[in-house]
Design a protein around this ligand. Structure first.
Ligand code: NDP
Length: 486
């Protein structure tokens, strides 16, 4: 590793104590495999202890909305003092370029603040009971209440901000939390829980309001699923695990942010050069390991050549290299399995007849930004979620075909369309079966407070603070019936 970082041998936070386990897992720097730290592999019993502690804390907590806001704002403040340290730790464990890591820390600070503000907005509504004949003297309002214990399971690709997206709204709503970060990227999450722990103590929260456990996803996940105290599971990760959770969660509230195979349409009237800049950014940031990454480019046949040339020109501006180098745009994939998957998809797609317009070289986990033309829908680069820096270009003859191909996937996370024609844009918005349609930008667009979540195999439920708070609360109606003498 080109930057010296102290080895982070971390513990888990359970009931206000930092605890170890009998076994530990190493965390490695994806770019060169150097060990950067380790975390405990929690036993089933330790996960149960974390859940029980969270349950007691949820019962005991009397934090007001203002105190919950303070908890989250204070955590943001602590994080803000350590931006560079957190960014370096993230690059060390996840391998994303340092400039992207700083961006993620900044987003996480904002997501914490947005969550703090949402704590003050848990409104109910007045219900006009007299709308039904005979209830003239009855009044009612609704109030939102926390569920109790929220379990948060996150993947490797945005190890800080995705954890904040779950525990921020959960705490804002008055719940207790148990976090479980991905085993290959747990270090920044644990650091986040250190700040949360400090902030929780400062506002007078009971021990156990915030807990974090590490180790095997299936061991931890099964305890969450089997526990009666866990009222909600918020999961971001693969569709296979998401479906397992959905099928085994009984009456729990479940939010699933899963995979995608997102299309972006480039129409004949688009600003093709601008589209190419955004498409390459959307396909290659974090080496393509982004859930709403540009996975398929659908281009009208009249601008195909112009777009492919612009994509190649833009891809060639990206600097591959060491993620700690300020100039680096693309570094390494998370692990060998991920690299093998991208290589297989690339080779099978080329063998099936696609043309390599640029890139295509790889060495271990390092894969060049690669533009492929002449891709057809059944080729693996179009049919599968790649999670790597491949840009498959599929040519379409008319708008019906563009919409049909956009929907030709089991996923439905987000989509993009570049066009100057408002009617076409509106038609795409209406007919593309995805949780978000972005006009004149790519599928990968997201702000942290917008409703975000896919259709079909991309998941269920929404994140985006306010929307997550709805999932982490239940609604109660309180009715007032006038007495005889009133
Ligand atoms: P995984 O599903 O393998 O892992 C995600 C998390 O789930 C990890 O913390 C993992 O733990 C845990 N886990 C594994 N098995 C279980 C289980 N049986 N029960 C409960 N939790 C479990 O996904 P990846 O890390 O490989 O992430 C990549 C996937 O995530 C891609 O498909 C991507 O599209 C999707 N994703 C979706 C996003 C969205 O917002 N829609 C955002 C980011 C990614 P451990 O690490 O210990 O195995």
């Amino acid at each position: 590793m080109s930057v010296e970082i102290e080895i982070h041998d971390e513990k888990m936070l359970v009931n206000g104590e930092w605890i170890d386990a009998d076994e530990r897992a190493d965390v490695v720097h994806p770019y060169d495999g150097e060990v950067v730290g380790s975390v405990p592999i929690a036993s089933e019993q330790q996960v149960q202890q974390a859940v029980a502690a969270a349950d007691r804390a949820a019962e005991a907590s009397e934090l007001s909305a203002y105190e919950r806001y303070e908890l989250l704002y204070r955590t943001a403040e602590l994080l803000e003092k350590e931006v560079e340290e957190m960014a370096q730790l993230m690059t060390a464990e996840q391998g994303k370029p340092i400039t992207e890591a700083r961006g993620e820390v900044d987003r996480a600070i904002q997501t914490l603040r947005l969550s703090g503000e949402e704590a003050k907005r848990m409104f109910g509504e007045y219900v006009p009971m007299d709308a039904q004949r005979g209830f003239d003297r009855t009044h009612a309002f609704t109030q939102r209440e926390p569920l109790g214990v929220v379990a948060a399971v996150t993947p490797f690709n945005f190890p800080l901000n995705l954890m904040v997206h779950k525990i921020g709204p959960a705490l804002a709503a008055g719940n207790a939390v148990v976090g479980k970060p991905a085993t290959n990227t747990p270090l920044v999450s644990i650091r986040l829980f250190e700040y949360l722990d400090q902030a929780a103590e400062e506002v007078g929260a009971p021990d156990g309001l915030v807990n974090v456990v590490t180790g095997s996803g299936s061991t931890v996940g099964d305890v969450f699923l089997e526990s009666e105290e866990v009222e909600a599971i918020s999961f971001t990760g693969s569709t296979a695990v998401g479906k397992y959770i959905a099928n085994n969660s009984g009456m729990k509230e479940v939010t699933l942010e899963l995979g995608g195979n997102d299309p972006t349409i480039v129409w004949e009237d688009a600003d093709v050069k601008e589209a190419a800049v955004q498409l390459i950014g959307g396909a290659c940031s974090n080496a393509g390991q982004v859930c709403n990454s540009v996975e398929r480019v659908l281009v009208h046949k009249t601008v195909e050549d112009e777009l492919v040339a612009a994509l190649v020109g833009q891809a060639q501006t990206l600097t591959p290299g060491d993620p700690f180098d300020e100039e680096t745009d693309i570094a390494a994939l998370i692990d060998d399995d991920a690299a093998e998957k991208v290589q297989r998809i690339f080779e099978e797609t080329v063998a099936a007849g696609a043309t390599v317009e640029c890139g295509g070289d790889y060495e271990g986990r390092k894969f060049e930004p690669t533009v492929l033309s002449g891709v057809t829908p059944e080729m693996p680069a179009a049919a599968e979620e790649v999670f790597g820096p491949l840009v498959p270009v599929i040519t379409v003859a008319d708008f019906d075909e563009a919409i049909e191909q956009a929907n030709n996937t089991e996923y439905g996370l987000e989509a993009g369309i570049f066009t100057q024609d408002i009617d076409r844009a509106k038609r795409a918005a209406n007919e593309i079966d995805a949780g978000g349609v972005n006009v004149n930008t790519v599928s990968g667009f997201r702000t942290d407070h917008m409703p975000y979540g896919g259709f079909k195999d991309s998941g269920k439920g929404k994140e985006g603070i306010k929307y997550a708070v709805e999932h982490f609360t239940r609604e109660k109606i309180v009715g007032f019936h006038a007495g005889k003498n009133a």
